[in-house]
Design a protein around this ligand. Structure first.
Ligand SMILES: [Zn+2]
Ligand SMILES: [Zn+2]
Length: 73
């Protein structure tokens, strides 16, 4: 066996199951993730779900930003 199997509550159906991780990437220069995806600073949302569920893209996301970058006069 390789890697670790994650067991817990599916974020889609709420049942306890072996979970798969799906990431949704956003072209946002956030300070919470610090990830680079396709050469760009990217925010990602992680959905943990069972093998039966197809995760939907989240309708709302929480992002941490550096406020000064976005300040307007
Ligand atoms: Zn599920
Ligand atoms: Zn982020």
């Amino acid at each position: 066996m390789s890697g670790s199997v994650e067991y817990g509550k599916c974020q889609c159906c709420g049942k306890e199951a072996i979970l798969t991780r799906t990431y949704f990437y956003y072209d946002i220069d956030c300070t919470c993730c610090g990830s680079i995806h396709n050469g760009k600073k990217t925010h990602f949302e992680l959905i943990r779900h069972c093998s039966k569920c197809v995760p939907k893209e989240p309708t709302t996301i929480k992002v941490h930003l550096t406020a000064s970058k976005y300040k307007v006069d």
